[in-house]
Ligand binder design. Structure first.
Ligand SMILES: Nc1ncnc2c1ncn2[C@@H]1O[C@H](COP(=O)(O)OP(=O)(O)OP(=O)(O)O)[C@@H](O)[C@H]1O
Length: 610
């Protein structure tokens, strides 16, 4: 009761727009590899999900429940025929939100912070000032019994609290239609009941709420307004829970006394009492079993009727589909969302100390270790070959420590990105840009710290232009590694991504011009080496140190002959005398743009995938 009152209070500020979903003769075909004929997943099903009602889609595994949800939410478009109508709304997709089975949040944020950010991403300052947004959040959290967890980090919430937070986040902009994929999975019976009761309350205020559910208990089953049963791609029943037993009796299936009708229903469509699929499919088409039988005979629209009923019984208001909403909530402009997402990424970087602090510490320690290992190789004419080796170590170290986290970045976040971009929190390109804007400075800082320490410790010439060129090369090479890493992360799973990343790095190393000098490669092999970013990085480090009239290095007194004393000799011996620093840098930048653009398109493909 208290729950209902609070929800009503919240919704006074934001009236719900009533949207009925009607679909007719919906067919969905998929191509199955190695099979000539297409597989028909949905076989001409029809139905209506009314606003103000809570509908459960039930059926055995493989019946087509998720396929139906994905089609209605707009996730699946290919292979679908039939008509789908979302009331009178032109842009139906924008009115729905989809709460997926698993609840994914950024673990470093508290419930309140997550809600506040979602509110800022969904509601512009002009349509609701920040003070009102805070009030709205408090009301939603109160309604969903999450007030006590306001300052708890999302990762520490229980399963039921996570589910309620998922719902709370989507309630911020008061969607007209909510789809939920198995909202009770993983919850105990009491929490499951509370969750469905909450959905029932939210539906009774005018929303259209549709969820898939497996084997609900009898008390949960009775909370639904409509049950839509699917079996083998057909609709086997669409009616109220209380008429289920009579319905199955009409086709000769008698429910034993004291048996949960939901269990009986599943046993029937599972074929436990024989194959009744065609009998049930035919019976389900009869209007008298449909839950909206009376309404379909009435002249007034369903929404108006619900609106009337709600006004009469609960005093709640549900505007007609033709009437605009009483309150206008506008999303903020995309640049504002970009700003907010940059803020979120920054907070995440600083709170996830493993991401930045450990990396920084490792870079410092490794630079010192490598510095100690190579000693005065930068100035000692007898150690110039080792100095060349140190450049390869720098290139490889920066490349490897960047590409691997890159491979893992998006797979970890894909579920959150999918959820947030699908539910219109932001456009994918805004999110992608925000991650690039925040991650690039981190790579620049980390590579500069590493290279500065290594440069000084290996006794390289203390000339500003050479130092700047060295730092610039290491920065660009690091950002390039990040580009390839995220590209691999968007096309491969983490296991394959790390494997392919490691193999690609090995080949880039082979073609870098150190293990086999560029002038020792055949023309064809040298052409392949032009693909390797490590080649350009290494060549640029060598050019930064040895080109532009570099003074001879010092040959120690105890060494008779130092072949690499002269910088020109070094360049000639390694086949880099014709190298062009600016050109190499440009090629690296082009590679960065290529990898990062490809990564965006592959990420978009992944996000759009079911
Ligand atoms: N893109 C696809 N390619 C091949 N088969 C598919 C595709 N999409 C769905 N199917 C097949 O269609 C059938 C229905 O799948 P769907 O996921 O909709 O079932 P479901 O009722 O949601 O099952 P569950 O309850 O186990 O999640 C399954 O046999 C599935 O393998």
């Amino acid at each position: 009761m208290e729950l209902e009152m609070e929800t009503t209070k919240m919704l006074k500020a934001n009236a719900v727009r009533c949207i009925d979903i009607e679909f007719e003769d919906l067919t969905y075909q998929v191509t199955v590899p190695k099979q000539k004929e297409k597989k028909t997943v949905l076989k001409g099903i029809s139905g209506t999900f009314r606003s103000g009602e809570l509908t459960a889609i039930m059926g055995p595994s493989g019946a087509g429940k998720s396929s139906l949800m994905n089609i209605l939410t707009g996730f699946t478009k290919n292979g679908v025929t039939g008509n789908i109508k979302f009331g009178s709304a032109a842009k139906a997709r924008k009115l729905c939100c989809y709460i997926m089975q698993d609840d994914h949040f950024y673990s470093w944020f508290t419930v309140e912070e997550t809600m506040m950010l979602a509110a800022s991403l969904k509601i512009s300052n002009n349509s609701m000032p920040i003070r009102d947004r805070k009030l709205l959040i408090d009301q939603i959290l109160d309604t969903l019994k999450l007030t006590k967890t306001k300052h708890t980090r999302c990762s520490r919430l229980s399963g039921g609290q996570k589910k309620r937070l998922s719902i709370a986040l989507e309630l911020i902009d008061n969607p007209a239609v909510l789809f939920l994929d198995e909202p009770t999975t993983g919850l105990d019976s009491s929490t499951s009941f509370d969750t469905i009761k909450l959905l029932q309350t939210l539906a009774s205020q005018g929303r259209t709420i549709v969820c898939t559910i497996h084997q609900p208990s009898s008390n949960i089953y009775s909370l639904f307004n409509q049950i839509y049963v699917m079996s083998k791609g057909y609709c086997s029943y669409q009616g109220t829970p209380d008429r289920t037993v009579d319905y199955f009796k009409s086709v000769g299936l008698e429910c034993p006394p004291y048996h949960n009708p939901a269990d009986f229903l599943l046993e029937c469509v599972n074929g436990d009492f024989g194959d009744y699929t065609s009998a049930l499919t035919e019976a389900a088409k009869k209007p008298e079993w449909r839950h909206d039988y009376d309404r379909s005979r009435s002249a007034i629209t369903a929404s108006e009727k619900i609106s009337e009923a709600l006004s009469a019984t609960n005093g709640k208001h549900c505007p007609s589909q033709q009437t605009p909403t009483s309150s206008h909530i506008y999303p903020p402009p995309e640049w504002m969302r970009l700003w907010l997402l940059i803020g979120r990424c920054h907070v995440q970087i600083f709170r996830d100390w493993s991401l930045t602090h450990i990396k920084l510490l490792m870079h410092i320690l490794c630079a010192i270790l490598i510095g100690l290992l190579f000693g005065d190789s930068g100035s000692n004419a007898d150690k110039q070959l080792s100095n060349f080796g140190s450049f390869l170590v720098h290139s490889l170290y920066l490349w490897y420590t960047t590409i691997m986290p890159g491979v893992l970045r998006f797979p970890q976040e894909i579920a959150i990105i999918k959820k947030e971009s699908f539910n219109n929190w932001y456009k994918l390109r805004t999110y992608y840009l925000a991650t690039l804007i925040t991650s690039t400075p981190v790579h620049i800082i980390l590579s500069s710290v590493y290279m500065t320490i290594a440069y000084v410790m290996t006794d390289q010439p203390l000339e500003l232009d050479r130092f700047v060129k060295m730092i610039l090369t290491s920065m660009i090479l690091t950002v390039c590694a990040d580009g390839l890493g995220i590209f691999l992360g968007t096309i491969l799973n983490p296991v394959n991504g790390t494997f392919v990343g490691a193999v690609a790095t090995c080949f880039m190393l082979i073609f870098s011009g150190f293990l086999i000098f560029l002038n020792h490669m055949s023309d064809f092999m040298r052409m392949i080496s032009y693909v390797s970013p490590i080649r350009y990085g290494l060549e640029n480090m060598v050019l930064a140190m040895y080109s532009n009239n570099r003074q001879d290095t010092i040959c120690p007194d105890d060494v008779l002959y130092c072949h690499f004393k002269n910088a020109a000799t070094v360049l000639k011996s390694f086949g880099m005398e014709n190298g062009n620093y600016g050109m190499n840098l440009t090629i690296l930048v082009v590679q960065i743009l290529f990898y990062k653009s490809c990564a965006y398109f592959t990420l978009r493909r992944q996000v759009k995938r079911q």
